[in-house]
Design a protein around this ligand. Sequence first.
Ligand SMILES: NC(=O)c1ccc[n+]([C@@H]2O[C@H](COP(=O)([O-])OP(=O)(O)OC[C@H]3O[C@@H](n4cnc5c(N)ncnc54)[C@H](OP(=O)(O)O)[C@@H]3O)[C@@H](O)[C@H]2O)c1
Length: 318
Amino acid sequence: MKSVSIQTFGSPEGMRVTDIPVPSPQPGEVLVRTEAIGVGGVDAVVRRGTLGSYGFTEGFVPGSEVAGVVTQVGDGVEQAWVGRRVWAFTGVGGGYVEQAIAKVGDVVALPDDLSSIDSVTLGSAAPVAHFALEHARFSAGESVLVRGAAGSIGIAVVELAATAGAGSITVTTSSPARGARLRGFGATHVLDRGGNGDGPTEFDVIIDVIAGASLPSFVERLTPNGRIVLVGVVGGPPPADFGMVLMGAFRKSLSLSTFSLDTVPTADRDRTRAEYFDAAVRGEIHPVVEDVLPLSRAAEAHQRMDDGQVFGRIVLTP
Ligand SMILES: NC(=O)c1ccc[n+]([C@@H]2O[C@H](COP(=O)([O-])OP(=O)(O)OC[C@H]3O[C@@H](n4cnc5c(N)ncnc54)[C@H](OP(=O)(O)O)[C@@H]3O)[C@@H](O)[C@H]2O)c1
């Protein structure tokens, strides 16, 4: 079957279309014939080599979320899954393929009225947004800043915070045009990536998809008892002396935490995901698809991400 792998970490040119055998589902797993493959920010982070120390090696197949039809199940998995259209989390990688393996606990049946393409913009992003806001102990009336708001996770945070009655929702983004689009999802103030522009000077809650060198300057903008939750590393790791910023603000009783969906019990994750799929069908949360490209053009999708041309998510089809 066709797959796309990273032969050389760095630029998208290091990605190749390769032919690999169709895998067999092991106990507890399902095989999904993919109809849609989400190109997530994490795929680009891995490809750039930002996470090189985590043990990714050449030949790695990126992609963590797919949607399609279950064609086979491994031992211990109900046969009833076969033929169902599902969303599936494939792990940190393994998604850029025509037939993907997932654990049955990471598979959710899709409502008939939600397309496979739309589902792979929300299946990870909406639960991350939901649980990150919960992790931040966000409550109605509070001021929220979303760093890196123009990706799938950020857009979902903006929508959920607006629905939950945030006092204000400030976003960082790279252009006024992207800011205008984010206002359509509920943003009230738009800052540039560095945090400059008209808006509140302090925030009760920051949901941060970016981290990177300028993270300390955002931590300094938390209110007393403010909370910042790091959900991504699109901008790379924070500076090594970052801890000193927190210590310098000791008397503000700030909270900084990371948040990963991995720590949410599987049943809670799947139930929440299914609820957001239903919410999307009702038009209460919006999938944002920048473009749909064939799997063989995955490198082009990555290049467009690197060039800052993607709002929401590019989706690949096999
Ligand atoms: N916590 C979890 O459980 C979980 C689950 C899945 C993924 N993730 C993480 O979430 C991140 C991906 O999220 P995503 O797909 O929503 O993001 P994304 O689409 O890759 O990026 C979001 C936005 O960040 C801005 N941006 C890009 N590079 C930047 C830079 N160097 N500095 C500042 N801003 C930059 C861009 O918007 P503008 O051009 O408008 O600024 C981009 O649209 C990854 O780090 C991934 O590991 C976490």
